[in-house]
Design a protein around this ligand. Sequence first.
Ligand SMILES: N[C@@H](CCC(=O)N[C@@H](CS)C(=O)NCC(=O)O)C(=O)O
Length: 254
Amino acid sequence: MTLELYHAPQSTCSQKVRIALAEKHLEWVDRRVNLAKNEQLRPEYLKLNPNGVVPTLVHDGNIVIDSSVILEYLDEVFPTPRLSPTDPVRRAQMRAWMRFLEEVPTAAIRVPSFHLALATRFNALDEGKFRKTEADVRPLRKNFYRRMGPKGFSDEDVAASLDELQRTVDRMEAALDKGPWLLGADYTLADIIVTPSIDRTNDLGLSAIWSKRPRVTAWYARMQARPAFKQAYMPGSRLSEFMTLKPLHVAVPA
Ligand SMILES: N[C@@H](CCC(=O)N[C@@H](CS)C(=O)NCC(=O)O)C(=O)O
């Protein structure tokens, strides 16, 4: 049996999958994809993942793409320890969290991540060159990159994404009333899926978004204490490790 993971240390979507692999004590072959060199856009990688993004899992030659799909696949194929409830109603509740987390914070966190850390490498490009060489080449993210532009996102876009993160944290704080995990007693894929977004706010100096929410703060500490978390956050997983992040112009909601 071979599991190969095409991933990048600093990619939040890869971090989700690495946590799940570690929770299940699975060995995997480390296939690094250097996003700074656009290796995810190479023709040989696009054959594995036509979206031109990481992660991609290859299990005994079978290709599985999209981090949340990979998480559910791993949980079906390697059911011990389980990362989803057995009861269909509870499974539906977990999936409702999953869809919400994919739609809201997972999308929202990309805006400050790119704005603060990644856009800096495009600052010297003019708009036309940036569109041609950086935006239009991306199967999934063409218009996201166009919206960002070589100078980063507008204050309005940054403020909107921080608002979405803040509202996610509020929803988590309410759910954690029945904690210790989002679904109560069961630690599930939902907890894993939101972890990289929360960890990234910390990495970007935006922890004010959750630091006044005691239940979310305690939940994040519980996550960080798990051996799987420590394994998944290998060196190079934090953007602040390899760049100085400039402060935001917009107020961080608290
Ligand atoms: N829905 C996809 C999204 C994957 C995704 O956006 N990956 C990012 C890293 S977290 C990426 O590869 N970005 C490459 C790029 O911006 O060109 C998933 O969850 O796997």
